[in-house]
Design a protein around this ligand. Structure first.
Ligand SMILES: [Zn+2]
Length: 144
């Protein structure tokens, strides 16, 4: 197959791989609901989803809990060269670690603002659900 010189931005954005473990997160996102794992015995929220609660190490005794979607910006970087050709139209964009009010940190994007001028560490954020297709909704954050 010959590589063409066509505009690389026509390549589709990558889609998440969905092992069974994280399917409830993506299904909730489609409903515009943010859920994270919460341990049943010790009540600790945690992120990312995994077999055992990292706080008390008791296995498979956790469930998905709906959270507020309120967060603060823990840290971020501005991406000026896309990591994947599918994101060419998005640059510059903010790739961030946000800390939910419930205490867990997750990676996401900051949207709905000028990423060069408006973004500051510890700024208040709220979740924004980005329906990128009929099948996929991404969890992003915007200034609160
Ligand atoms: Zn626990």
């Amino acid at each position: 197959m010959t590589e063409s010189n066509a505009n690389v931005s026509l390549k589709p954005e990558p889609r998440p791989e969905v092992p069974d473990l994280t399917m409830p997160f993506w299904e909730a996102a489609k409903r515009h609901e943010l859920v994270v794992p919460r341990c049943t015995p010790c009540n600790a929220f945690f992120w990312y989803p995994r077999e055992a609660c990292p706080t008390c190490l008791r296995s498979d005794s956790w469930d998905w809990a709906t959270v507020s979607g309120n967060a603060r910006l823990h840290t971020f970087t501005i991406v000026r060269q896309p990591l994947h050709p599918g994101f060419q139209e998005e640059v510059p964009y903010a790739f961030a670690v946000v800390q939910l009010d419930e205490g867990v940190r997750m990676m996401s994007n900051i949207v709905d603002c000028d990423v060069i001028e408006d973004i500051q560490i510890d700024m208040k954020l709220e979740v924004k659900f980005d329906d990128i297709s009929d099948e996929w909704t991404l969890v992003k954050f915007k200034p609160a």
